[in-house]
Structures are given as structure tokens and as C-alpha cells.
Design a protein around this ligand. Sequence first.
Ligand SMILES: NC(=O)c1ccc[n+]([C@@H]2O[C@H](COP(=O)([O-])OP(=O)(O)OC[C@H]3O[C@@H](n4cnc5c(N)ncnc54)[C@H](OP(=O)(O)O)[C@@H]3O)[C@@H](O)[C@H]2O)c1
Length: 295
Amino acid sequence: MILVTGATGRVGYHVLEALADAGADATAMVRVEAKAADLPGATRHVVATFDDPPPPEVLRRFDRVFLLSPVHEEQAALEIVFIDGLVAAGHRPRIVKVAADGFQDPDCDVRFMRSHRQVAMHLDALDLAVTYLAPSIYMENLAGDAETIREEGTIIAPAGRGRVAFVAASDVAAVAAEVLTSPGHENETYVVTGPEALGYADVAARVSAVFAREVGYVNERPERARRSMLANGMTRWLADGTLEQFEWIRHGGASHVTTAVREVTGTDPRPIQDWLSGQRETFLVPPADLPPPLA
Ligand SMILES: NC(=O)c1ccc[n+]([C@@H]2O[C@H](COP(=O)([O-])OP(=O)(O)OC[C@H]3O[C@@H](n4cnc5c(N)ncnc54)[C@H](OP(=O)(O)O)[C@@H]3O)[C@@H](O)[C@H]2O)c1
């Protein structure tokens, strides 16, 4: 039986869908009981958190664990407490851990990748069977640009001319589901990317083409980006981490494209225009809670 953490999130939800399609026996770990009602299929669930894991007798039911935790200042600590809970239960399941592309590069000093590296060192020390998925940046992150795309026809980011091999969360999930349900992936690291590396000007051009409206890219200065992230309520830790990530992007860190999706799943990864086509409401329609325009 497979335990799926992060089950209500962008990747985890698709993992449950893919496991249901494969007829696999999955249980979702949810923090809030009510959220289990929205999970796909007839997924079973257990209510727990990383820092308050299920009891040992429950943990021992799972021979495979999909490990995905949120981007958070305490991310490494949360995952380590949970992993220690598994081991303390006298249990050594196979783990499929979502990290992030760059975590495997000791020179990548982005804090998000450092957190994943810290967890990996802990897993190494425990000598557990682990498969790492190291996705590139999710296409879903572009939803954060939807407001300026809708209102001003711009994507504003401190990305310079850096290119990113954006990947759809559903492709990361498809790789995860395959790895969870087939043998031979232990001790592998799959860098999971989309089919091409795009600069933000290229992304703007694809948005223009898909939605038939003019969208441009504005290369923002990092200090200005930081001010607007903080003004929008982002924590300093997350804003500074996001700027580290953009610096890494500007220096080409996120640009390499791999064939992992095709190799593991047998299917090509989604091109960005395909993902965008499914996001009409996000990129075109104003939010419903805005007052109607004056006559
Ligand atoms: N964003 C990117 O572009 C990108 C790229 C590469 C890798 N990654 C990695 O992907 C991961 C994030 O994936 P995602 O975007 O799918 O996540 P997400 O949508 O933010 O979902 C996070 C999940 O974690 C759960 N969660 C939060 N706090 C928890 C806790 N204390 N205990 C147990 N569960 C908890 C959430 O549950 P609730 O619904 O209850 O909140 C939710 O299911 C991160 O590790 C990140 O480094 C992200």
C-alpha cells in the first residue's frame, strides 16, 4: 500500500489520480479531515501532519511513501521528523521524494534546494531506498503572473534572459505514479522537466498566441521584485528564497531539458501551450469577487 503525502497539493492531487488510474492501493495523508472529501476517486485517507505523523501501527501498513512537503522555512525539519517517525515505527518503506532541480548540485545555493539537500543527507545516513524526483519549475507557478497578464498584458519577473524548462505538475505526478508502481527505480534521481527551456519573453509570446492577446515581458530589478513580494504579504524568507531562485535562473541554472518524463512514463511531457489552453479562466476571466464594471 502507498502513502501519499502532500495529497491536497498541486502535484499530490495528480499523483492520487494517476495511482487510481493504475488501480494502485493508495492512502492520502491529509492535515484536515474535510479536505479528504475533495480527493480523486475513492481514495482512503489518514489525518496526520509531518510533525505529528500517524501512529506506528498505521505507518507499518505502507511499503511505499510518496514524500512531498510544502516550501517552508522549516521544510527540512518537517520532513526529517516524519522520516524519523517512519524509522522509529520499525519500518523501512521505499520512499519517492519530491525535491527540486538544483538540489543535486552542491553549488546551487538556493535555500529551497538546500532544504532538500539536507533531507537527502538524512535519508542517506539512514540508508533507506529512495528515488528522488527533482522537477524543474512548475508551469502552475505562472498562475502567479495571471493578474498582471489580465490587467496590464505583462509578465513581470526578475528573470533576465534566463530560460526555464517549465514542467506541468501533472507530468511530475505521472513520473511519481510510475516510480511508485514499478520496480527498478531505487537510488535513482530523475530531473523532471518539460519539453523545452523558455525565457520569460518566450512565455509571454506563448500566452499571446494561446489567448490571442498581446502580452509582453518586463524584466524587473530584483530589489523592486522584493518590495512588491513583501507588499503582497510574502514572508521575507520566501521573498529572499524566490530572489535566490531568480538569480539561479538568470545564470542558466533552470535551463536544462531532460527526457525523464518520456523515459519513465512512455509519454512526452506537456508543452506549455497545452497547459495554458486549460487555464483560460485563470489568464482571461477576472476574479468573480470583483464588482461589475460601471455602466
Ligand atoms: N513550485 C515549483 O515550481 C517547484 C518546482 C520544483 C520542486 N518543487 C517542490 O515541490 C514541493 C511543493 O509541491 P506542490 O506545489 O505540489 O505543493 P503545494 O501545492 O504547496 O501543496 C503542499 C501540500 O503539503 C501539505 N502540507 C502543508 N503543511 C503540511 C504539514 N505540516 N504536514 C503535512 N502536510 C502538509 C498541504 O496540505 P494542506 O492542503 O492541508 O495545506 C498540501 O497537500 C516543494 O517541496 C517544492 O520544493 C516545487
